[in-house]
Design a protein around this ligand. Structure first.
Ligand SMILES: Cc1cc2nc3c(=O)[nH]c(=O)nc-3n(C[C@H](O)[C@H](O)[C@H](O)COP(=O)(O)OP(=O)(O)OC[C@H]3O[C@@H](n4cnc5c(N)ncnc54)[C@H](O)[C@@H]3O)c2cc1C
Length: 233
């Protein structure tokens, strides 16, 4: 299918929210899934996966909006091309793909992301907290600085509107006056689980955090099936 870039919004330095218009797509997907973008770059076909950051919706006109959240990787093969796209430019994609979706019925859950790993959690949490008001959802989101807390205002609004959602942003390099969590997300994720082993944990982002937390939750006695993850690298 073809996706036509409609708009790009900078969320943080070298990090952007892309909105594409997709005339051939229904817009149906399960929050947490990803699409694969393909482009021929320097004569080679390059395909990269991106979590869908928009909320599911079917457009009456048959087309749909697809939002992605990506950071431009220095020396990366695909992202410099993605960031060079201008409104009106088109790219090929396939999907939706993947099984990184909410377990149903959901247990109380802790979501952990760093950086653009937040992308699938945007639609997942918006849908989950509204659909399951008796289930507790906690998001631990790590960034270096405040600017890196992508979609921060949305998560704050979601937690204000839904008592079953707790938002815990954590900064490794906090500014003066920051009253939230500090340091890496790992310790906060483990603290959020506490003594409970009947909760689900969702991890998304780079291998370093995901593998570290998977190992720590396993050592704590978590059932393997309760630790659900999407690794970006
Ligand atoms: C299922 C899945 C979903 C993904 N969803 C997203 C998403 O929503 N947003 C997103 O930005 N990326 C996402 N990724 C990563 C994405 O597919 C690319 O790997 C990434 O954009 C780098 O592509 P590149 O060609 O520019 O870099 P490459 O030339 O492929 O790699 C250069 C380096 O970039 C590192 N890298 C990979 N991903 C990132 C990242 N996100 N931030 C910093 N360094 C990275 C790799 O470890 C590698 O060392 C996802 C990956 C998978 C498997």
């Amino acid at each position: 299918m073809r996706a036509r870039l409609a708009s790009v919004r900078e969320l943080a330095p070298r990090t952007a929210h892309f909105e594409f218009a997709c005339d051939e797509w229904t817009g149906r997907f399960e929050p947490g899934q990803f699409v694969s973008l393909t482009q021929t770059i320097d004569g080679n076909k390059v395909t990269r996966a991106y979590s869908i950051a928009s909320h599911p919706h079917a457009s009456a006109a048959g087309g749909a909006t697809l939002a992605l959240c990506a950071n431009c990787v220095e020396g990366g093969r695909f992202t410099p091309f993605l960031f060079s796209l201008r409104p009106g430019d088109e790219i090929e994609f396939t999907g939706p793909w993947g099984g990184f979706t909410l377990r149903k019925p959901p247990s109380d859950s802790v979501f952990v992301a760093v950086g653009t790993g937040i992308a699938p959690f945007r639609p997942m949490l918006a849908a989950a907290v509204a659909a399951y008001p008796a289930t507790q959802f906690t998001l631990i989101f790590g960034a270096r600085h405040r600017q890196g807390l992508l979609y921060d205002a949305e998560f704050r609004a979601l937690s204000a509107a839904h008592p079953n959602f707790t938002y815990q942003p954590a900064l490794t390099q906090p500014h003066a006056g920051w009253a939230g969590l500090t340091g890496r997300v790992q310790a906060h994720a483990i603290a959020a689980a506490g003594e409970r082993r009947d909760i689900d944990v969702y991890l998304c982002g780079m291998r370093e955090m995901v593998d570290d937390l998977r190992a720590q939750f396993k050592a704590m006695g978590f059932d393997r099936k309760r630790v659900v993850y999407e690794r970006y690298d």
